[in-house]
Design a protein around this ligand. Structure first.
Ligand SMILES: *Cc1c(COP(=O)(O)O)cnc(C)c1O
Length: 366
């Protein structure tokens, strides 16, 4: 007799995170590597959040508030919801796990787009659900029509990352509205808005509007990891109808958001200046990267966020490795079904320049 893990795990491909800076620096014996691989905020932590975390450390002997009251109240107040319409987690990842535990039974179907956020797949498999993947459409865009057609009587969850990771593309307000009209009431649509603050197109949907109007089968996820610069602190938040969110409170870890993170989140929400600065700088950096890709003749997906998916061709893996040797970490996309592409996060002006200087000879010398 041997010890066997539960069979849902058979379908799981381990999540491969962006290579940590310290690991590459250790391997190369260098100290000035740059990481443009995990869509982190290149301008650091929100200064207000940093000060609040320093103050919170001294209470580390006490358990955190398991209900995260102050943080949820701050989020609810900020966005105009009631407390029971707001959940928080140890990153948005944690909320994806909670929703999976709360809503998936053996054999239920979960619809996700190909080339999207892999965490959805992992927790769907863990719950022994069946993953249904729809292909991307032209321009590396998510095909909402295909997703709507994939719905069956077994479908319980649909995930839509918008803007999508790793493609950076968005679905528009009218596309989303048409999609939601086609989805039955007993299918929960999770709108993953992790990058919403950076999407500046007038056609970007107001996903919170669906929760505000009382729709029960929509949950919206957001995070402090990107625009607030708190990826290492782990805070995600979500909005939904109180009755839709209630089951997640049954399965959540009792103390899923630590006390330092709770304090950070409250303060970060007030740091509008940091968010404005980040969004403005990101927009400029995005222009710089896209202009360079155009000049180099590289195809790229239209980005509405803080990274750009660029098509290198069959040598993408080699180019990524060569960039590593030059101290530049970007994300290979084979694990996202896009082996010809790399995903580069938008960095500071100096980081973008360093990345482009390292990239250019690799894609022009053939
Ligand atoms: C980064 C990201 C998240 C947020 O992850 P956290 O767990 O909050 O750090 C969620 N969804 C997508 C699509 C992301 O890219």
């Amino acid at each position: 007799m041997t010890l066997e893990p539960q069979r849902g795990l058979d379908g799981i491909k381990a999540y491969i995170p962006g290579k940590p800076l310290s690991e590459l620096e250790r391997e190369l014996g260098i100290r000035d590597a740059i990481k443009l691989a995990s869509n982190e905020n290149p301008y650091g932590v929100s200064p207000k959040a940093l000060a609040a975390m320093e103050r919170a450390l001294a209470s580390g002997n006490m358990y955190p508030d398991g209900a995260s009251y102050d943080l949820r109240a701050a989020i609810a107040g900020r966005f105009g919801f009631s407390l029971d319409q707001v959940v928080v987690g140890n990153g948005a990842d944690d909320l994806i796990l909670e929703l999976s535990m709360a809503y998936l039974d053996d054999g239920d179907e979960v619809i996700v787009s190909r080339s999207s956020f892999p965490i959805y797949d992992i927790y769907a498999h863990a719950m022994r659900a069946r993953l249904i993947k729809t292909p991307l459409t032209s321009g590396y865009r998510i095909d909402l029509d295909a997703m709507a057609r994939a719905v069956t009587h077994r479908t319980r969850l649909v995930y839509l990352a918008n803007p999508n990771n790793p493609t950076g593309t968005m679905v528009t307000a009218s596309e989303l509205a048409a999609f939601l009209r086609r989805v039955p009431d007993d299918v929960l649509v999770v709108l993953d808005d992790a990058y919403a603050e950076m999407a500046d197109s007038p056609e970007f949907p107001d996903s919170l509007g669906y929760v505000r109007e009382g729709r029960r089968n929509v949950v919206v996820l957001r995070t402090f990891s990107k625009v607030y610069g708190l990826a290492g602190i782990r805070i995600g938040y979500g909005f939904g109808h109180a009755e839709t969110l209630a089951p997640t409170f049954k399965v959540k870890q009792a103390f899923n958001v630590n006390s330092v993170a709770q304090a950070a989140g409250v303060a970060a929400l007030e740091d509008e200046e940091f968010v404005r600065f980040t969004v403005a700088e990101n927009r400029k950096g995005r222009e710089v990267l896209c202009a360079a890709f155009r000049r180099l003749g590289l195809e790229f997906a239209e980005s509405h966020t803080n990274f750009v998916l660029v098509r290198i061709g069959p040598r993408a893996g080699d180019v990524q490795q060569a960039l590593l040797r030059r101290g530049v970490i970007v994300r290979p996309c084979a694990a996202y079904d896009l082996p010809d592409c790399l995903r580069a996060s938008i960095g500071t002006p100096a980081e973008n320049e360093r990345f482009l200087a390292a990239l250019e000879p690799l894609v022009t010398a053939r």
